[in-house]
Design a protein around this ligand. Structure first.
Ligand SMILES: *[C@@H]1O[C@H](CO)[C@@H](O)[C@H](O)[C@H]1NC(C)=O
Length: 161
């Protein structure tokens, strides 16, 4: 299964994620970005515990993004009939919200995987689908492994794929 209109971003509440070469990739998973080497001074420490919560955020392709410049010009150009008609926050959300098709595909994929509906939430601006998942669930879903990396000098730890 492929989702051309969705990309996956892994959100972590602590620190930022470091992506490193992951495990075997099955045919239906596509790697979009990969680091050639582990970041300088960060060493692999241990596998992230499977039961830990790993909130997942899936970014959806927004509609009308290619028209932003035109829309801004219409509101800001004195000779435009739309001049000064500033948008309400709701208009902004509605204009750029992803299509129902994108949302349904991603939600369907998550439900098929086994996430109950109450674990899947839409962000307020409708740009993201958020999943309350554990490390084990995300690893299985994305066919990846999560590890903790430790900084050589400070001892600070960060999670990475
Ligand atoms: C995520 O799910 C767990 C287990 O069901 C629950 O305890 C926790 O409150 C949920 N977190 C959020 C942010 O919904």
């Amino acid at each position: 299964m492929r989702f051309p209109s969705a990309f996956v971003v892994l959100g972590l509440s602590v620190g930022s994620a470091i992506a490193a070469p992951s495990s075997t990739i099955h045919s239906h998973h596509v790697v979009h970005e990969k680091r050639a080497a582990e970041p300088l001074n960060w060493a692999l420490s241990h596998r992230l515990e499977g039961h830990k919560r790993l909130p997942l955020r899936i970014g959806l392709t927004q509609r009308n993004v290619h028209n932003i410049e035109e829309m801004l010009m219409a509101v800001s150009h004195p000779e435009s009939p739309e001049y000064g008609k500033h948008w309400t926050p709701q208009q902004v959300v509605d204009t750029f919200a992803p299509s129902d098709e994108s949302v349904n595909k991603v939600v369907g994929w998550l439900e098929n995987f086994g996430f109950s509906r109450d674990k899947i939430k839409m962000s307020a601006n409708k740009g993201w689908i958020q999943v309350n998942a554990t490390v084990s669930e995300v690893e299985e879903l994305l066919d990846a492994e999560y590890h903790v990396y430790k900084h050589a000098e400070t001892g600070e730890e960060q999670f990475g794929e």
